[in-house]
Design a protein around this ligand. Sequence first.
Ligand code: GAR
Length: 191
Amino acid sequence: MKKLAVFASGNGSNFEAIAKFKNRVYQVELLICDNKGALAIKRAIKHKIPYFVFNPSDYDCKDSFEQAIIKVLQAYNIDFIALAGYMRLIGKTLLEAYKMRIVNIHPSLLPAFPGLNAIEKAVNYNVKVTGVTIHYVDQGMDTGRIIAQRSIKVKHKSAQILEKTIHKIEHRLYKRVLSKIIRRLEDESIN
Ligand code: GAR
C-alpha cells in the first residue's frame, strides 16, 4: 500500500473523494494545506486524516517553505502527492524530492484554460466542449504531461452548473487514475 499526501487550498471535495476510495493501492495519510480557513481541513478531521497547515508568508522563500513540507512528508513516509485544488505553483525543491510523483487535476481540457478560474473562462469563451485533465506536475502552470482527460459538452451558460458536472467527473476519475498510476509505480519498484 503506497502512502499518499493530498495538497489542497480550499473546499477539498476532491481530497475527500480520493480519501474515501477503498482500494488496495493507496491510502491517504496526510492533508497538506496552505490556508488555515480551508474547508478541506474540516473534511480531514471528519475522516481522521492528519493535516498540516503551512502558511507561505511564515517562510523567507519558497525553498524553505517546501523544505518544511518535505520534512512532514518524510516523517509520514509519503510516496506520492496528489494536488487537489492546491492553488500554488510547486517549486524546484518539491519537484526534485518527488520526481514524477506529483500529479494535479485541472477543470479544463488542457492546454486550454490553464491557471485560475478555468470553468468561468471556458463559459465566457463560449466553448462547446470542455472537461477535466489529470497531469504530472512540472514547474509550469498546469503544463505537465497529460495522464488522463474526460470531455464534457457545455449545455448551459452557467459556470455553477458546469462546475457541478465537472466536480462529479473529477471525483470519479481522480481516485481511479491515482490508483492506476500508483499501482504502476509499485510494479516498477518490484521489477
Ligand atoms: C477542482 O475543480 C480542481 O480541478 C481545481 O480546483 C477545484 C478544487 O475543488 N483545480 C485547479 O483549478 C488547479 N489549477 P475541490 O477543492 O472541491 O476539490
